[in-house]
Write a protein that binds this ligand. Structure first.
Ligand code: FBP
Length: 552
């Protein structure tokens, strides 16, 4: 197999573990904290999780390992979108499991949760694992978005575990997958299967975090990768001085990725979806806000700039959500056939004009035609508009152009405006994990096995104190039920891990808010450059600005 010299070098990299896990398996003991409670809706969550609710927080310490000596077969799955470091979670899990007992085995179920349902697996050995150490991607076993959530599915998983003698399942996933890990753990306990479930917090979006989970893995590497590219674009913009670049970054439900990239690169504009929702901003107001920056810079002779747009922002614009809802209604059921049968876009437009309320039609009318068509043509299997496919970077640049044209007509703007568009998403999800993610992920996996060895069920592998050097990280576990509350999902009350959105009174947003006016008007670009894997710790090992500000 041909591999790059970096890949070869990364095979040799030894991930750093938290101090308390460094002394060898025989010297890791457990300290149990007090009983826990869910963050909200305690009675309801307790009633739903009678076997796994209220368990203690766990911290590992240096001391005699008192766990029961038994052979373990562990199953692992990767669930949802790729995130750098997933391979290292599996490597850490494998190394801890083998260091404990050579007879222990690790089964990797292929293609995400469906691998568990279809009993499609590999059994890892040293040669297999060694090819994936410190590499990006989820290709070691693949991932998938099948949801493990029904009792029928749980019964199948229990059968598969029984068939192979699997004693524990590790689920590497985001908030939904770990919610389901908690429900599966309860099912296993209630049915006396003897199988444990441990979750690991993954997602580049950074929206699986709370008072216990300081960050999800992959966020560090993905945002460093995007920031490198944004910095390069900024330098190009500052060299050529003729384009405004609209850069959309991934992050469907939260703007952590956009905000972190902005904190690293200091662009002229960064939209934060949570603020858009809080201030109930309209598309027109957002366009004016960006156009103001364009105009102020143009007045100083700078007809260039960079704007970061979070992937999910349009869903946070109240008037846009109403429009989407009305379009879904307008084309519900057989009405879609009547619409599709109309021969021209003009006919379709007339149909839309008749079906939407006046307010929604006003919003629809200001959209560029390409976006209007996207709303009607690209629909999911249920017939709903696929908001994630909307090219919001193009939408906003078109709206800004309209605003500037109007200002030109009024004589209040005389600059030039040429826009270019970028979408940074998949580029960052499988990058070689930064040293932080390589270390963090390996520790999460290693730690997950320690939780298994000590018999815990329904826990999330927890590694904290992450802005300190790895030696000072704290390893342990937190009951998944502690992170749950009840939310209305698809018309039903469900116990779920709360998704973490950007907090507008949190330190990262406050820092951004305090500096953005200056960044909007002047050129304060920062060029972070590529992720460095070898060199001084202050260049290679520091994590995100978000975490540094949150923990300052
Ligand atoms: P997870 O929440 O599963 O980690 O995935 C998040 C994400 O990376 C988003 O940022 C992006 O919108 C989405 O995945 C894309 O999903 P897909 O890989 O299915 O196209």
């Amino acid at each position: 197999m041909n591999i790059s010299s970096l890949q070869k070098a990364r095979y040799e990299y030894t991930p750093k573990l938290p101090g308390m896990l460094r002394n060898g398996i025989s010297e890791i003991c457990v300290k149990e904290g007090g009983a826990t409670q869910s963050v909200a809706d305690q009675e309801k969550i307790q009633a739903l999780f009678p076997n796994t609710y209220g368990k203690s927080e766990i911290t590992f310490q240096k001391g005699e390992n008192t766990s029961e000596a038994r052979t373990h077969k562990v199953g692992v799955i990767l669930s949802g979108g790729q995130a750098p470091g997933g391979h290292n979670v599996i490597c850490g899990l494998y190394d801890a499991l083998k260091a404990t007992n050579k007879e222990n085995e690790l089964y990797g179920f292929k293609g995400g949760p469906s691998g568990l349902l279809e009993d499609d697996y590999v059994i890892f050995d040293d040669a297999f694992i060694d090819e994936y150490r410190n590499t990006g991607g989820f290709d070691i076993i693949g991932s998938g978005r099948t949801k493990l959530e029904t009792s029928e599915q749980f019964a199948v998983v229990a059968e598969v575990c029984k068939k192979h003698g699997i004693t524990a399942v590790v689920i590497i996933g985001g908030d939904d997958s770990n919610t389901n890990a908690g429900v599966l753990a309860e099912y296993f306990a209630a049915n006396n299967t003897g199988v444990q479930v441990i979750g690991c917090p993954k997602t580049i979006d950074g929206d699986l975090k709370n008072e216990d989970i300081e960050c999800s893995f992959g966020f560090d590497t993905a945002t460093k990768t995007y920031s490198e590219i944004i910095g390069n674009i900024q330098r190009d913009a500052n060299s050529a001085k003729k384009y405004w670049h609209f850069v959309k970054v991934m992050g469907r439900s939260a703007s952590h990725v956009a905000l972190e990239c902005a904190l690293k690169t200091q662009p002229n504009i960064c939209l934060v979806s949570e603020e858009v929702a809080e201030k109930k901003m309209s598309l027109s107001q957002i366009a004016d806000y960006i156009a103001d920056s364009v105009a102020k810079r143009a007045a100083k002779g700078m007809n260039f700039g960079v704007a970061i747009i979070p992937e999910g922002v349009v869903e946070f614009v109240p008037e846009f959500s109403v429009l989407i809802h009305e379009i879904n209604e307008l084309l519900a059921g057989s009405k879609a056939d009547a619409f599709n049968a109309l021969p021209t876009w003009a006919d379709k437009y007339a149909f839309i004009e008749k079906g939407l309320t006046k307010e929604s039609m006003e919003v629809f009318a200001i959209l560029p035609e390409a976006i209007q068509q996207q709303l009607f043509l690209e629909r999911d299997p249920h017939g709903n508009v696929q908001v994630s496919l909307i090219e919001s970077e193009k939408l906003f640049s078109a709206l800004v152009k309209d605003k500037l044209d109007a200002r030109k007509a009024e004589g209040t703007y005389t600059g030039k405006f040429g826009a270019l568009h970028h979408f940074l998403g998949y580029e960052g999800r499988c990058a070689f994990p930064s040293n932080f993610d390589a270390d963090y992920c390996y520790s999460l996996g290693y730690n997950a096995f320690m939780l298994i060895q000590y018999g815990y069920n329904g826990y999330l592998s927890k590694v904290s104190n992450l802005s300190a050097p790895a030696n000072e990280w704290v390893a342990g576990g937190m009951p998944i039920t502690k992170m749950m509350n009840i939310e209305r999902r698809h018309g039903e009350d469900k116990p779920v891990i709360k998704k973490a959105l950007v907090e507008l009174d949190g330190a990262p947003f406050k820092y951004f808010e305090a500096h953005r006016d200056e960044w909007a008007e002047n050129t304060c670009f920062v060029y972070p450059g590529a992720i460095q894997y070898y060199g001084p710790a202050e260049v290679c090992d520091i994590t995100t600005v978000t975490l540094a500000l949150e923990q300052a």
